[in-house]
Each structure stands twice: as structure tokens, then as C-alpha cells.
Write a protein that binds this ligand. Structure first.
Ligand code: GAL
Length: 691
């Protein structure tokens, strides 16, 4: 560990009021993680509200590193009445990734990028649904700035003197200091893994969470939802989660959290009936609390200074604010059997003169101001609404429109109102640069081709959701919202339903594979979905590829969008196999791929085992996955399947078996570690694809 020397530069002479002590140390926080305490950091930062204690790598795959990966001699800290800056050295042609889930930006060198919560992730200035002041470098390290301020990072500030190189400058308003955490690699992927472990490791979904989710129209009544649910089962459309949008409440925008008894005369009975049809229930809510809500008066002293949509903004950073809010959700929802939540509108409209959210100058009883609360609000809301599930020892799998720093462990996926398919795909490629999950949700479509291509993307999301909140019919019956609401099916409905069924069945066949990838995420911080640049850091051809991504350990997805007769797919070096045809492709090059609507560019790496389940229509406690193991290549690596009850948190206390699949000349084998013996997986065969 080296000493931190503060370099006094020209900038310092101009703006600095005071400087960090020259004797300041980079403190080792965890293996391969250092903290630089610069100046006087603020008291209320994301770390104070971290969602889970740090995890230690339980996979044995994150190497021990003892050298700090950045040169402290060239780290510069300065503060002024406006805030503080940290300047890092930057190597020639160094590349940067991360800093949230903007769907417009990818590689960040040459940009000024903000870490700001917004409901518009399609701005080149980088604001997003997931403000996360963490970035990784192509040189194999990561940096996390522990601040809830609207930090901006300039990736490549021109040198003050010609003899110096470009720098990376983090510009943090208001704060008089910041804790900077540095994560060692030696690759960017390992730096991400260390950051995710530091955040508490990835979440393990309930098994049913990996099925397909459908959200019904906002105007639907209980009777209409029950009828639609029946058509799913009748038509053999796999579906595990049914989402109820704002219409369940008497008042929304802001919210009463009181059932609309005209549409839902018997909430408990309705949920029980949906459960009996094997749907898990997800309910929409938005935390802003309307004056007609039973908790309004109680919540008032524990809410922000400004109203939103005429409602209170609960201060989830206070115990009272959380408890009052959660008690109401228990009464209205959780005690009635609700399985998960969609937490809406916890982001912001930062650059609108009249945003529907609270202003940055709001004050909260916890001491947070509006700016800080915007960086934390979604994370704190998720934490509050996870608590009842933890108490019931029941896993949940929700949606949220904002999630912040150090939130990897939270079982929520970020979604957006925006709807550009390519941007949605870029969102998928980006989630591996930090600790978030993303869904490119499907709604209406401009053509059947558009619908099918979108479905082909969303089935590779951690949360495969069709969000028909403004459509009465599923889009495979009618792609246009107006006609859907008029009850008119399209002539191609049967054919489109058949294509959709096949795609959802493909998703269901991947559930054990995906479940395994999530367990690896939890144990080692390895993101389930990753850009190619993370898996192939030495391949210069992948640094900007934002329209393909790795899905789990060995699959590569290259979605197509409407209007593409073919697309160019990059195959990193090595051998690849077409998932559908088994055709082998030699990598290290680009190939033009044409795929008709019933297929998509989906590939598997050589030398791996891919467990594929016979698709089921839904997942419950008694589900047994019948597995065919595909064997790709001559020397397939082992594959670990995780077997547990799929529903509770008992796996955290060791109630989980690990089944290792292996392949040799004598055939396939499965070795069990653990004693639960649940028999969730039944291996029905091994298919050699290439070898
Ligand atoms: C939006 C949300 C949509 C849907 C809608 C319902 O704010 O992003 O997904 O839930 O509200 O009114």
C-alpha cells in the first residue's frame, strides 16, 4: 500500500481552499478494495444506507491482489465552497464504462457523464434510472465515489500543461470531501465483481421470478384479470407473474394504498384465486402518499418538505417513515398474499421546470436534502419493501424505476417508460458494468416483426415482462393499443400467439441455467448479463459493442430489431455454435447473420455444458425440471446447478445443494454436494452438439 501524496497543481492554486493531508493513506477495506478518505466526506452517503453487508467471495474465483491499481502520486483532491474534485491519471487510449444505466452512452472516454436520477435514460449526458457513481477502466480497476450528490465525471480532461496527459475528473457539488473506493482487477470484470461483493453480492430470485411476467391494463377489474389469466392457461402461454397496475387503488398519482372495492370487491379472494391458477401477484405502487390515505396524518412529520402529486414523500431514511409506510403496505397488500411490488416513479425529471417529483431543495427529517434523496430514494424504497418479505422468509422479485449505488443485492429490476428497442438492448449490455438489473419490457408494437424482435430481447432479461398497462389484450393478439382497447384482435393473432408461446417456452427452458447464473452472481459478484468487453478484455474489436451481450456463463445474444433483414454479429476468438441449428462458427471475426422471425442470433461458446429444461407453464414448489444437457465442444467445463426450495431465504443459511454436471469419454455425470435431495432436476439426456 502506498502513501497518498497530494499533488498541488495549477488548478489547486486557483480553487483550493484546503487540501487533504499528505500523510493520508489508502486503507485496505477488503481484499482488493481500498478507501481513500479525501477531505471531510458528507455524513449521509450511499454507504451509510448500503442494502446488505459486504460479501466475501465464496466462489474462489476472485484472485487476491495486493497492489493498489492506481498511482496515488497522481491523484489530486481539491475543495472549494462549491464542492470538491478528485482528479485521477488517465492512460492514453484508456476506456471507461459504467456510471449507471443511461441507454444512450456506452464507452465513456471523451465524455462528461452525470450520475443523476432521471426518467429519461436516453440522454447523452448519462442521467439514468440507476445513478451509480461507479465506473471501471479498460486498465482493469474500478472506482466508486461514495456520494449521493449529482456527481459528474469528465473522462479525459485536457491537460493543463502539454507535458501532462489527460485526466479523469470527478466533480462533486456541495460535499467538502469524499470517500473514494478503488477496486482491483486485474480485469474490469473482476473490478465489477469486487464492487458487487462489496455491495452485498447479487440477489437470488425466487425460482418463479425467472418465469414470464405479464402486467394487465390499468383499467382492469378483478373479474377481467381472472378471465385473462384463464386464457393464458388455456392457450398454454407460460406465465408466472401477473402484475396489477394503479387501478387497484381508490386514488393514484399520488397514492391512497386503499383498494378500489368497485373493481376489486374481495381483494383477498381475488389474490387467492390467482394463486390457485398459479400466478404470483405483483402490485404497482408509487410511494407519494395522497391526503385520502389512512397514513397521511401519521406520515406527515416523517415526510419531505414538498408534496408530489399533492402527496407526501415518505422519508424512507427514517425508521418512523419506513415503519408507517410498510405497515400500510402490510395491511393492504402483503397480508393478503401479494408476492412482489413494482415501485414506480422513484426517479425524477431533473431538468424539467415543473417535475412531478420533489425539488432538489426539499428537506427531509433524516437530514437528507432533495438532491441526495433523489440518488437514494429508489434504493431506500426497495429496502423498505423488502423487509416484510424477509420477515416472512419469502423471496420476492420486483420492478423499480430507480435504483442507486451499492444496491446489487436488492431483488429488483429497473424498467423504463422509454421504448427505443436499440436503446433497450444497450441497457442490457450495460447492466454488467455495475450492480443493477434491467428489463427491456415489451408493450405495443409497430409491426408483428417489431413485437417478435422485442420479445426475443426481453426473454434474455433477468425480468421477462410484457407490460400491457395501457392495453386490454396481450400484444400477440393485437399489437396496436387503440385496437386492443376496442377489443379487436388482429388477423395474424393465432400465428403471433404461436411464435410468442415458443419464445416464452425458450425462456422457460433456460430457467435452471439462469438460476445457476444468479447463484454465481451472489457468491462471486459476477453479473448475469455482461457486455462482451467484460468477458473479452483483450479483444480490441469488442470495446464498443453495445448491441450484443453475454447471458449467463456461455450464451451470447445478438438481438435483431424491426427492419433488419440481417445483422452483423461479432464472434470473439474461439468456436461458437448456433443455438438453434448447431452450426459451428469460427470466431475472431464479424459475420452477417440473417434470421427469419422464428429464430434469432443466439450462440453458445464451445467447451461448455448447457442445461436445457423441458418448458413448464409456471413454476411452483413441486416443479421438477426435466433437463437435457447439451454438450458443446470437445472439453466442456463443468456446470454447477443450484437446488433449493426456490422460495425462502434458507439458502443463505446453507439449505442448498450444488449439483455438478460433468462430461467425459464415459458420458455425463452429476455429483451432488449437500443433503437436501430435493430432486428438482431430473436429467433425461445428454446431447452432444459439437465435439
Ligand atoms: C408509469 C409506469 C408504467 C405504468 C404506468 C401506469 O409511470 O412507468 O410502467 O406502470 O405508470 O400508470
Amino acid at each position: 500500500m502506498r502513501r497518498l501524496h497530494i499533488v498541488l497543481g495549477v488548478l489547486a492554486a486557483m480553487v483550493a481552499q484546503s487540501w487533504g493531508s499528505p500523510s493520508m493513506k489508502a486503507e485496505v477495506i477488503a481484499p482488493g478494495v481500498w478507501r481513500l478518505r479525501l477531505g471531510a466526506p458528507e455524513r449521509l452517503t450511499p454507504l451509510k444506507y448500503r442494502s446488505a453487508p459486504p460479501m466475501v467471495d465464496a466462489s474462489g474465483t476472485v484472485p487476491v491482489v495486493s497492489d493498489l491499481p492506481i498511482d496515488l502520486d497522481h491523484v489530486l483532491f481539491a475543495r472549494s465552497p462549491r464542492g470538491c474534485t478528485v482528479e485521477f491519471p488517465m492512460a492514453e487510449s484508456e476506456k471507461f464504462y459504467g456510471l449507471g444505466l443511461s441507454t444512450k452512452t456506452f464507452e465513456l472516454s471523451g465524455r462528461k457523464a452525470w450520475s443523476v436520477a432521471s426518467d429519461r435514460p436516453e440522454e447523452t449526458t448519462n442521467e439514468s434510472h440507476a445513478p451509480e457513481p461507479f465506473f471501471v477502466s479498460s486498465r482493469g480497476y474500478g472506482v466508486y465515489l461514495d456520494t449521493a450528490r449529482y456527481a459528474a465525471v469528465i473522462f479525459g480532461r485536457a491537460p493543463v500543461q502539454k507535458s501532462h496527459g489527460k485526466t479523469v475528473v470527478a466533480d462533486i457539488p456541495a460535499a467538502q470531501g469524499v470517500d473514494v473506493y478503488v477496486f482491483a482487477g486485474p480485469t474490469a470484470l473482476l473490478a465489477v465483481q469486487r464492487y458487487n461483493l462489496f455491495s452485498g453480492g447479487g440477489p437470488v430470485p425466487p425460482l418463479w421470478g425467472l418465469g414470464v411476467a405479464y402486467r394487465g391494463a390499468l383499467s382492469s377489474s378483478a373479474a377481467e384479470i381472472l378471465a385473462l389469466a384463464d386464457t393464458f392457461r388455456r392457450e398454454d402461454i407460460p406465465c408466472d407473474i401477473f402484475g396489477v397496475e394503479p387501478g387497484w387503488q381508490t386514488q393514484t398519482y399520488s397514492s391512497s394504498f386503499v383498494w378500489n372495492r368497485t373493481k376489486f370487491p374481495d381483494p383477498e379472494g381475488f389474490i387467492a384465486k390467482m394463486h390457485a391458477k398459479n400466478f404470483r401477484m405483483s402490485f404497482w405502487e408509487q410511494p407519494f402518499t395522497h391526503p385520502t390515505s389512512p397514513i397521511y396524518e401519521q406520515l406527515r412529520p416523517h415526510a419531505g418538505s414538498d408534496l408530489v402529486w399533492g402527496g407526501l414523500v415518505p422519508d424512507f431514511a427514517t425508521k418512523e417513515g419506513r415503519e408507517i409506510f410498510v405497515r400500510q403496505q402490510n395491511d393492504s397488500l402483503f397480508s393478503k398474499g401479494v408476492d412482489s411490488m413494482k415501485i414506480d416513479e422513484v426517479d425524477n425529471q431533473p431538468f424539467k421546470p415543473d417535475p412531478w417529483s420533489f425539488p432538489d431543495y426539499s428537506r427531509f427529517p433524516s437530514g437528507l436534502d432533495g438532491e441526495q434523496m433523489h440518488s437514494l430514494f429508489g434504493t431506500l424504497a426497495q429496502q423498505a419493501l423488502l423487509e416484510p418479505f424477509r420477515q416472512k422468509n419469502q423471496r420476492t422479485w420486483g420492478l423499480v424505476r430507480e435504483s442507486g449505488a451499492l444496491a446489487a443485492s436488492l431483488p429488483y429490476t429497473v424498467y423504463s417508460d422509454s421504448y427505443d428497442h436499440l436503446s433497450f438492448i444497450r441497457g442490457m449490455a450495460k447492466i454488467g458494468f455495475g450492480g443493477h438489473l434491467w428489463t427491456p419490457e415489451v408493450r405495443d408494437a409497430t409491426s408483428i416483426e417489431d413485437l417478435v424482435r422485442r420479445l426475443q430481447t426481453v426473454i434474455f432479461s433477468p425480468y421477462a415482462v410484457v407490460n400491457c398497462w395501457y392495453m386490454k389484450m396481450p400484444p400477440w393478439k393485437q399489437i396496436r393499443a387503440d385496437k386492443s382497447n376496442a377489443g379487436v384482435a388482429m388477423p395474424e393473432a393465432d400465428r403471433t400467439t404461436a411464435i410468442t408461446r415458443d419464445l416464452f417456452r425458450l425462456r422457460m427452458s433456460l430457467v435452471p441455467y439462469l438460476y445457476s447464473a444468479f447463484n454465481v452472481y451472489r457468491q462471486s459478484g459476477l453479473p448475469v448479463v455482461r457486455a462482451l468487453v467484460l468477458d473479452y478484455p483483450r479483444d480490441a474489436a469488442v470495446t464498443s459493442i453495445d448491441d450484443q451481450f453475454m447471458f449467463g456463463p456461455s450464451m451470447m445474444v445478438a438481438p435483431m430489431v424491426e427492419g433488419q433483414a440481417k445483422r452483423s454479429v461479432y464472434f470473439p476468438a474461439g468456436e461458437w455454435f448456433d443455438f438453434f441449428t448447431g452450426e459451428s462458427i469460427h470466431g475472431g471475426r464479424r459475420v452477417d447473420i440473417a434470421k427469419s422471425l422464428d429464430q434469432m442470433p443466439l450462440y453458445v461458446k464451445a467447451d461448455c455444458l448447457l442445461p436445457l429444461a423441458e418448458p413448464v407453464g409456471h413454476i411452483d414448489k413441486s416443479t421438477v425440471f426435466k433437463l437435457k444437457i447439451r454438450v458443446y465442444g470437445k472439453k466442456p467445463a463443468n456446470f454447477a446447478l443450484y437446488e433449493d426450495d426456490g422460495e425462502t431465504f434458507d439458502f443463505e443459511r446453507g439449505a442448498q445443494d450444488r449439483l455438478t454436471l460433468s462430461w467425459s469419454e464415459t458420458g455425463g455425470h452429476m455429483l451432488r454436494a449437500g443433503h437436501l435431495g430435493l430432486k428438482r432436476y431430473d436429467i433425461v439426456g445428454w446431447d452432444v452438439v459439437g465435439g
